[in-house]
Design a protein around this ligand. Structure first.
Ligand code: NDP
Length: 287
């Protein structure tokens, strides 16, 4: 693989792709050139690229805002990925696309397998699920990675919020009944490149995969580990989700079964505690 066309320049995964590209040349198309509210314009970049693969790191990720803005979320998360997938299939280019644990309803306490029925709780999850369906329907070679709780030194995320609040306050109340796998964006980027290479070698691994960091943890325990590694003396008090109402319902269970990803691509489940250390170092916040 010599060159990858990447949609997205500024997001967590988009930045990680640029950080982790190694000797792969990237053709990065940000919002200024590829606005995902315009499916045809985005598909045109695929039609004219000389890249070997296409990676989509763009998404409408404002989960609460999507509740009142579902049509816009649907265009960015489904219509345009579908148009890109059709253009990639027409050119025989593998497409790597990112999806989410929010396609599930969060019931139970077992990790969700690939064959578990999807049942999104809100507009964002519905739009991301529609994106998966559109990418598959295009009929090209693809890898869809469902991930969860993405963290990195870039953009807005839980680690950066905790560092800010943990420095300001002595005590924070954090939701303790939502359990999932925090996933460093760099691990997603590496997975995208590994999958792209293997899809170029042959289409047999085309399909949907789960990629989340381990071990599974609650937001409250995740915050405790952030404060421990950052040397912040902020006390974390467990609260239930019911005490922190949001416009969009969050799944209580975000655990993802990563076995198929390891078997197909040799990608071991990343330990987010190591990724967290690297993020804190990059932010100058490691104790
Ligand atoms: P971010 O919110 O960090 O980045 C989203 C990116 O999409 C930004 O580059 C943003 O550009 C771009 N974007 C949004 N709308 C448009 C548009 N209309 N046209 C062009 N670009 C647009 O997301 P992440 O990197 O965290 O997410 C990567 C993937 O992972 C997504 O598919 C997401 O659904 C999935 N995911 C994320 C999770 C998380 O916790 N963040 C959890 C599970 C899955 P701009 O800066 O200009 O707005």
């Amino acid at each position: 693989m010599k060159k990858a066309l990447v949609f997205g320049a500024t997001g967590q995964v988009a930045c990680a792709l640029q950080r982790c590209a190694g000797d792969v040349v990237l053709e990065v198309r940000g919002r200024d050139e590829a606005d995902f509210s315009d499916p045809a314009a985005c598909a045109a970049w695929v039609a004219q690229t000389d890249a070997d693969v296409v990676i989509n790191a763009v998404a409408y990720t404002a989960v609460d805002k999507a509740e009142g803005d579902e049509a816009a979320a649907l265009v960015v998360n489904a219509t345009t990925p579908g148009a890109i997938a059709i253009a990639a299939a027409a050119r025989g280019l593998p497409l790597v696309h990112i999806s989410t644990d929010y396609v599930f309803d969060g019931a139970g306490d077992a990790p969700f397998g690939l064959d578990h029925p999807v049942a999104p709780l809100g507009a964002y999850g519905r739009s991301k699920l529609a994106g998966e369906v559109a990418v598959r329907a295009a009929g090209g070679v693809h890898a869809i990675f469902r991930t969860s709780w993405v963290v990195s030194p870039d953009g807005a995320n839980f680690v950066k919020t905790m560092l800010r609040l943990g420095a300001e306050r002595e005590r924070l109340t954090i939701v303790a009944d939502q359990i999932g796998g925090p996933t460093p964006a760099d691990d997603i980027a590496v997975a995208c490149f590994v999958a792209a290479r293997q899809l170029l070698a042959g289409p047999s691994k085309s399909g949907t995969y789960h990629l989340s960091g381990g071990p599974d943890v609650s937001w409250a325990d995740f915050a405790r580990e952030i404060f421990r590694q950052a040397g912040l003396a902020c006390e974390v008090v467990d609260i239930p989700s019911s005490a922190y109402p949001t416009p969009a319902r969050r799944p209580l269970n975000s655990r993802l079964d990563n076995c198929a990803t390891e078997a197909a691509f040799g990608l071991a489940r990343p330990d987010w505690r190591f990724g967290l250390t690297e993020i804190l170092k990059a932010l100058g916040a490691k104790h």
